[in-house]
Ligand binder design. Structure first.
Ligand SMILES: Cc1cc2nc3c(=O)[nH]c(=O)nc-3n(C[C@H](O)[C@H](O)[C@H](O)COP(=O)(O)OP(=O)(O)OC[C@H]3O[C@@H](n4cnc5c(N)ncnc54)[C@H](O)[C@@H]3O)c2cc1C
Length: 240
């Protein structure tokens, strides 16, 4: 899973001055939990972020679709609006699909002549629904905050991400999962896979704190197993 994102931006009359001091993200979690009334599973959070992550990022990709893209008009637009633009950036659930996978490419080789990684990814339909929902909520927030102009990035399938999760799914059943609840491989008792690969959904937020929490739990279990002599015993037997 790659995790879902949606973003909408607005331009305000007043300077926002959010470049001052360190960047402090304000996030709301009003739409974090699942709600069956929405008609989809996922949820997430909305960050209020300034000027599209800095002046260069704003100039290269943060302008509204109808802004001038070259010449004096472009320069003036960036100068006038960088400090008046706010972006609502959302992070949300993406669900796994059994057909998504990472394999070794049969033909393509990397720079060392080894088989290249081949990623097959399609977005779960739930992910597109949750993106549309967060885009609409973000536009409402910008409207309520008084943006004189607002726009959203069109909802589309995620094709790249820094948030990579799944492929060694966690679970109790060795038939449908790779690691147990302590990140221990079902098939290889003394192998612990402690990273984002054990996620069963992408969650509803940035993943690293959850990865870290799971790592602490796994570490406790490694210590415990080493002390009681069960480090080389099958995990399914141990957790049963
Ligand atoms: C630009 C960017 C911004 C991000 N911002 C945030 C954020 O604000 N908040 C957040 O929660 N998350 C953020 N993330 C996501 C976060 O970095 C990842 O989800 C997290 O680091 C994943 O942890 P991991 O242990 O699964 O994998 P990694 O951190 O990628 O660790 C994998 C490790 O395995 C090593 N490795 C790979 N192959 C081999 C090999 N063959 N032999 C030995 N070692 C190997 C790699 O060198 C690496 O150290 C961001 C990611 C990116 C790219």
């Amino acid at each position: 899973m790659l995790g879902g994102t949606a973003s909408a931006s607005g331009i305000f009359d007043e300077p926002l001055n959010e470049f001052k001091s360190v960047m402090a993200t304000r996030a709301i979690e009003d739409f974090y939990d699942s709600d069956t009334k929405r008609g989809f599973y996922g949820g997430g959070r909305i960050d209020g972020r300034w000027g599209f992550m800095g002046p260069i990022g704003y100039a290269l990709g943060g302008l509204p679709p109808d802004a001038p893209l070259w010449g004096a008009g472009y320069k003036n637009f960036v100068k006038e609006n960088f400090n008046r633009t706010m972006t609502c950036q959302s992070y949300m659930t993406s669900l796994p699909l059994e057909t998504n996978n990472i394999t070794l490419d049969p033909d393509v080789k990397d720079a060392w002549g080894l088989p290249a990684m081949r990623v097959t990814y399609k977005e779960h339909p739930d992910g597109l629904k949750v993106k549309q929902y967060f885009l609409e909520r973000s536009l409402e927030i910008l409207e309520a905050a008084g943006a004189k102009k607002k726009w959203g990035n069109p909802v589309r399938e995620t094709t790249s991400s820094g948030h990579l999760m799944g492929t060694c799914r966690m679970g109790n059943d060795p038939k449908t999962s790779v690691v147990d609840k302590f990140n221990r491989a079902h098939d290889v008792p003394n192998l612990f896979i402690v990273d984002g690969s054990s996620f069963v959904t992408s969650g509803r937020n940035h993943p690293t704190c959850t990865i870290e929490a799971l790592a602490f739990r796994a570490a406790d279990d490694i210590v415990k197993s080493a002390k009681n002599g069960s480090l080389f015993q099958r995990s399914a037997v141990k957790s049963a």
